[in-house]
Design a protein around this ligand. Structure first.
Ligand code: SF4
Length: 78
């Protein structure tokens, strides 16, 4: 039987985002901002084994005033 794995990614809805960059303050290890203040999110899976990475992502999701962030779970079988 194949073991099921999940990869977690922090995602942003660019339509909802207001570009004030609060998420980059909450999760500086995952989010940068561009020159206009819009988030640039690392396109690498969150490392669920590293509590800090997932905790930062959760902080950003909860702290986003526009509810523009979410954590996407992508299942794969390897
Ligand atoms: S906190 Fe939310 S609204 Fe603000 S820049 Fe980040 S994603 Fe956009």
């Amino acid at each position: 039987m194949k073991r099921r794995h999940e990869k977690l990614f922090l995602r942003v809805d660019p339509i909802l985002c207001d570009g004030f960059g609060h998420c980059a303050e909450l999760a500086p290890d995952i989010v940068d901002v561009d020159e206009w203040g819009y988030p640039i999110i690392k396109d690498a899976p969150l490392d669920a084994r590293r509590d800090a990475s997932l905790a930062s992502a959760n902080l950003a999701v909860r702290g986003c005033p526009r509810q523009a962030l979410w954590i996407e779970r992508i299942a794969n079988t390897n």
